[in-house]
Write a protein that binds this ligand. Sequence first.
Ligand SMILES: C[S@@+](CC[C@H](N)C(=O)[O-])C[C@H]1O[C@@H](n2cnc3c(N)ncnc32)[C@H](O)[C@@H]1O
Length: 217
Amino acid sequence: MRPIVTGDGSPTLVSERYREAYHPREGARAQAEALFVRLPEVAGRDEVRIVEVGFGLGLNFLASLEAVRSRGGLLFFIGLEPEPVPPEVLAEVLARCRLAPDVHEPLLSAWEQGRDFVVGGEGFVLELRFAPIEATRLPPNWADAVYYDPFSPRANPAAWALANLARARDGLRPGGVLVSYAVTGWVRRNLEALGFSVERVPGALGKRQWLRARRIS
Ligand SMILES: C[S@@+](CC[C@H](N)C(=O)[O-])C[C@H]1O[C@@H](n2cnc3c(N)ncnc32)[C@H](O)[C@@H]1O
């Protein structure tokens, strides 16, 4: 597994198991910023609570942290990752990534231990659970936003099953938002069945539309 460089110079990987890249080839950092970090629920708050389903290489976390730090805020982030990349691969990715460089070393040393961890530093607390959404109970009504990023519904349909989306919903505060690049019809119908208000918003980086689903109650 070797990092590849995406269109904006930031790194990603291609998963052999899912036969899909971790980020769009057009730009890994660009997607993190445009799809996730620019959300009003993230960009507009001093204290932000985020859950990510599919922590992957941590790029969405690092981009979120940079944004929250730039306004002197505080980020609480829970990442779920059932198939962590080997530490040497993560190290190679981070070495090519310019986001929040002071966090790379503490993140790597915790990652190397191979078990769940909590690390904190300037402007953040990160809790990493090496578990899939299927096996996780999130703190109820907790997050302002869920980044739902476990590969596409085509490549990894099980991760998008109703029961898993329900787990993510339960971790969101009412009014909080679940966001994804995937707008697949059956995923939208699952979300609607769970009481989300589902919206397709203009996409970018190879995707015509992205998805935002707000927890109504
Ligand atoms: C597209 S990558 C995520 C990229 C990541 N968000 C980043 O910023 O670098 C998808 C990740 O989801 C993880 N994943 C797959 N199935 C999952 C599940 N059921 N629950 C949580 N994560 C899952 C994969 O192991 C992989 O690391």
